[in-house]
Design a protein around this ligand. Structure first.
Ligand SMILES: [Zn+2]
Length: 146
């Protein structure tokens, strides 16, 4: 087993997690926050890019908007997905209102429902083999199938 690189969702530091220690207990080397807090952190553009570029575990991102009803309904399921899936998967959130540049870079024109989000996720998956992007629809599916 090799060590994993996991990006802290709070400060963006890249942490090396040796396989000999349980990842769930790991603390960030810089800000001392738990690397896996069982809570999908809202990230800014810089930390989002780091997560995608540097993380060696799959990254699941929920692109949401504060005014979006389905997004808010989805939030508790996404939280519980974090509890279930970490530390095998990193779960983060991206506020598409606050980070419009990232959202448009990802090809998201608007938050128009889970179906579009999953199509978007599939598109990203094909263009980046290092990180696995899944979207809200997948998260919901995963939660259901647990
Ligand atoms: Zn940190």
């Amino acid at each position: 087993m090799t060590e994993n690189l996991v990006v802290c969702s709070k400060c963006g530091t890249i942490n090396r997690l040796p396989p000999s220690r349980p990842a769930i207990d790991a603390k960030c080397g810089k800000c001392k926050a738990k690397v896996f807090a069982a809570h999908p952190e809202d990230v800014d553009a810089e930390i989002f890019d780091r997560q995608i570029a540097r993380s060696t575990i799959p990254v699941l991102v929920d692109v949401w908007a504060p005014w979006c009803g389905p997004c808010r309904m989805m939030a508790p399921a996404y939280e519980s997905a974090a509890r279930e899936l970490e530390p095998q998967v990193r779960l983060i959130k991206l506020n598409s209102d606050a980070e419009q540049a990232v959202a448009s870079r990802l090809g998201i024109q608007g938050i128009v429902g889970a179906r579009c989000a999953s199509l978007w996720a599939l598109r990203i998956c094909r263009t980046n083999r290092q990180a696995l992007y899944l979207a809200t629809a997948f998260a919901r599916h995963v939660v259901r199938s647990l």
